[in-house]
Write a protein that binds this ligand. Sequence first.
Ligand code: BLA
Length: 510
Amino acid sequence: IEPGTPVDLTNCDREPIHLLGRVQSYGALVAVSPDWTVRHASENLGSILGHDVEGAIGSPITELVTAEAFDRIRAGMEKADLARHPLRLFGVVLRTTGRLFDISIHESGPYILVEFEPKADPRSGDVMSEVYPLIQKIDTSSDLDRLAQDAAEGLAQIAGFDSVMVYQFQPDHSGRVLAEKRSDGETRYLGLNFPASDIPVQARALYKKALLRLIADVNDPGAVIRPGIDETGAPVDLSLAVTRAVSPIHIEYLRNMGIEASMSVSIMKDGELWGLFACHHNTPRYIDYERRTAVELFAHLFSFELSEYEARVRARAQEDMSRLQTRIMSHLADGHTLDASLLALSGDIERVIPHDGTVLYHDGAFTATGVTPDADEFEPIARMLDRSTGTQIFATDELRRDMPELGDLSDRVAGILAIPVSRHPRDYLVLCREPVTKKVNWAGDPTKPVETGPNGTRLTPRKSFETWQQDVEGRSESWSDHARHAADQLRVVLLEVFLKVTDASAEERK
Ligand code: BLA
């Protein structure tokens, strides 16, 4: 960050965390050109590989590793898509000393990056076999919190960190700790929310591509990559480097939290970053690349469990709605009008999608039951729905955010879920919810995620993670995934019903 740049949170978003030119001390990195000449190397090459950096730069890689090791590397490379996924080799003898290394190889710009980590515990060999039994313990038939807790406990066993949390991103990129497994049996962050700026934009983007990072020791000075820039001044891109040293601002954050090692693993769902496993250790902690790969595999499988859980929620919503469809049909068969049937069945809908009031807006006619806007108040809402929903459902837990002009309606109705009910886009069934006052607990004041640091304008992450309570008013309970799926089913059901009813009345008119 240039001196004189105004200090605000976007500075955090701009720190080029993939270009910091440094690795952590647990591994060494070399960048070779396509002819296998070493162009850059980390300063700790000597201590890790026993080959001095000065001598390495400009030499072929075969001066660093044996011919057998080089063959194994090249053979592995043939099968891999190295620009996106590093090739992983575990327990390779690199030099005549016989010492074992785990190796990561990938392409970065004009280079092939090769990273070497001495194997700390050569007997950790069978770690992959630990993964399945722990994944199988996850119960996808209950709720998300239970699912997350099972996963945190499983991952804690594989990773051996003092604390493992499941952190879920929210639509505004803040995050919430859904589950926490600590070796001291306490809970410290469970249920707390963290502001979006704790994991800035570029970090979230990077974590979709590089799924795991280990910060083995917050006091590790790391090793500089030399020369680290090419003739044009371009630095080596370390995005996918597994030994990449991390942002000093984040190191400060970890120190402020009072921990000495951190590891996080991305949890992906439908191609998006759904959340992270966040692991803390009170003292430095290194686990080797092979074990980290098992951790990644666990997170990968957990994504499937999440999808399975969602599929169950969806299936349940579908069953609930097909029962409701039968009820609506038999009500209509008894000679009730559609409007009357829907309002009469609003209790049945309520059991599937909890709400406080129902509006049926059909051919410009307004019918309502329970807590709802009145007919005049509803007109602008109907216009807004005409503009924004099309044929999809529309859900908000804070109507006044979408429509500030509604004024004090939000004292009565704070959230709506609108279901378009005919092909004609201007008919809606609208479920309404009253406002609730919610207490949201944050880990520290979310409006002050940074302090100005000791060096003047440099930002420092907040020092206190003490629970900070926010009263959120003017919002309803949020519409759950189940409610949204059910509403979508109801939309399909009602489209059908409306079609039948209109057909029937057309028949009658003939
Ligand atoms: C990175 N911030 C991170 C990471 C986590 C968090 C998990 C990934 C690196 C890691 O695994 O440690 C945040 N850690 C958390 C949260 C919990 C946790 C929320 O355990 C909750 C339980 N951070 C700030 C501010 C800035 C900032 C104000 O608080 C910027 C000014 C920056 N955080 C920041 C940066 C990274 C980061 C730059 C990227 C680190 C890297 O990968 O190089």
